[in-house]
Design a protein around this ligand. Structure first.
Ligand code: ADP
Ligand code: MG
Length: 250
């Protein structure tokens, strides 16, 4: 079977200068992320998960090494070229949603679609409505973020990330700011999207959230320190998956 690689890194490294001392946060990471997976990156706090996600999504530049994202060599791209590539290939969902506070949910979803040269506003509007229905906040579409719940904001943030049909949704602790019931609903949306074919790369330290993965990568001290693969998620299997993941983390 031929497996498509969507992200490939070589010697990926990132350090931060800290008062004259180099903090080597990512250390020579060679990694492949495969098409159709719901890949989860786990690891202790401070292990470099967010830094890795920012680098892989082209949001932040590595100090050293190569990143291929859907056929684009990020390290070779100029800022403007990178921005254009990211708009078409990358959707990002943050822990703290980061919706634009003076735009409605609908407008938040549309913004990045308007920036695409090849898209007509009508087409963007239609897709935004479809996505807002898809994630379950269509009835709230004309409200400001401050007028809806955290879970509804995160649903809208997922719709916003999907507006240009990106190759990969990157998400950093998407349930971190939500209670467990609402968090579950957001995870259900992500799981369904993946089972419909959407690539997802999620950072979490939460085992419950990780049960949604088809592949888990464990990051320790800036290096990959193990991985496991899982069958597609079903709710009936959740407890069992949780046990499997806990055993893997031991
Ligand atoms: P995780 O998401 O696994 O908790 P992070 O990737 O956020 O870990 O951080 C890993 C390390 O990198 C930490 O020691 C953190 O202090 C450091 N770090 C992250 N971002 C920056 C930055 N912008 N400047 C300096 N140090 C940073
Ligand atoms: Mg983090």
């Amino acid at each position: 079977m031929y497996i498509m690689v969507i992200i490939k890194t070589k010697n990926l490294s990132k350090s931060f200068a800290n008062g004259g001392i180099q903090n080597h946060v990512l250390r020579n990471i060679d990694l492949e992320i495969y098409d159709k997976d719901f890949t989860v990156i786990m690891g202790n706090s401070g292990s470099g998960k967010s830094t890795l996600l920012y680098a892989l999504s082209g949001m932040d530049r590595p100090t050293f090494g190569e990143i291929m994202l859907n056929g684009h060599a990020i390290e070779k791209m100029k800022e403007k070229e990178l921005a254009v590539m990211r708009r078409a290939n990358v959707g990002f969902v943050f822990q703290q949603m980061h919706l634009v506070s003076n735009l409605t949910l609908f407008e938040n979803v549309c913004v990045s679609g308007y920036l695409m040269k090849n898209r007509k506003p009508k087409e963007v509007h239609d897709q935004a409505e479809e996505l807002l229905k898809r994630v379950g906040v269509f009835n709230e579409k004309d409200r400001l973020p401050s007028r809806v719940s955290g879970g509804q904001c995160q649903r809208a943030a997922i719709a916003r990330a999907l507006i240009n049909s990106p190759k990969m949704i990157f998400t950093d602790e998407p349930t971190g700011a939500l209670n467990s019931k609402i968090g579950r609903q957001v995870l259900n949306v992500l799981t369904e999207l993946n089972q419909e074919g959407q690539n997802i790369l999620m950072v979490t330290h939460d085992v419950k959230a990780a049960t949604r993965a088809t592949r888990i990568i464990y990051l320790h001290d800036g290096q990959i320190n193990g991985e496991m693969t899982l069958e597609p998620y079903t709710p009936e299997q959740e407890k069992n998956r949780e046990r499997q993941i806990l055993a893997f983390l031991e």
